[in-house]
Design a protein around this ligand. Sequence first.
Ligand SMILES: [Zn+2]
Length: 317
Amino acid sequence: MADTAARRKRINRLKKIILGSIVLAIIIPVMISVFLGYKVNLLSRNIEELEIRLSEAQSAESQKDVGVFATAYVEESPREVAPEEVVKAEPAPVTDQTEGKRVYLTFDDGPSSNTAEILDILKAYDVKATFFVIGKTDEASKALYQRIVEEGHTLGMHSYSHKYEEIYASEEAFAADLQNLQEYLYEVTGVWPRYYRFPGGSSNKVSKADMHRLIAFLDEKDITYFDWNIASGDAVSGYISKDAIVKNCTRSIGTYNDSMILLHDAAEKDTTVEALPEIIAAIRMKGDFTFLPISDETPKVQHVKGNNEISNIKNES
Ligand SMILES: [Zn+2]
């Protein structure tokens, strides 16, 4: 009897060991798979983010090659411009007739821990600017949206989530994100925002939705989008010095009647804040420039035009 009991015990123990091993053999690979899946997801997001940074950097780069940029920057003008003319366009020579030239400082990605300081500097220099903001629901951010409006700056939209993979997944996703932000900003500030900057610009290469359709959608909603013709270079994910930002913002300032300068309002972009007083001072030194917030009178600085204009150019060439 004692023998049988001992055997049974041994068998039970063996059963437990076998069962345990089987369970472990299943659980461990599953856990590893889940972990690796998570990692892959994370990495692919990083890659998408980097692609955007790259396209922003390339866009800034293309300014040096004025021939390329001239095709991108089309100022609204009543006369017809032949496509050949656009391609061959040289920058307007820098003349002493700077009178009437306008500068639009635009800050993307805020509000952030730097917004208040940016607003303080703008106030000290008596400059009005434009903030293309994203959706943030904390109290500090709400107060900053309000301060932007109260101090006479333009509150523009830059998507609610700022997650490229979501916004640009489809037209529907883009529309939903936009509606979220527009209604939210109206609720917080009492101002109905009507200006938009596409994350990565209208010429971004990551959107899965057709950018022309998104542009047409904005048009339907009576929203005007703005890109930029001068990039401060602060879109890079790494460090950029204050001096480099000042140089990027000012070296071609005389080229355009309307300079649309891309800057960022983000916690990690301290050198942008440091550069701001120098940017304003340096531009004022260069001639008679007026700093303006974006309004309905602002010429449309756009990298990609809507459907009609694109197809017109195609037909003619
Ligand atoms: Zn952005």
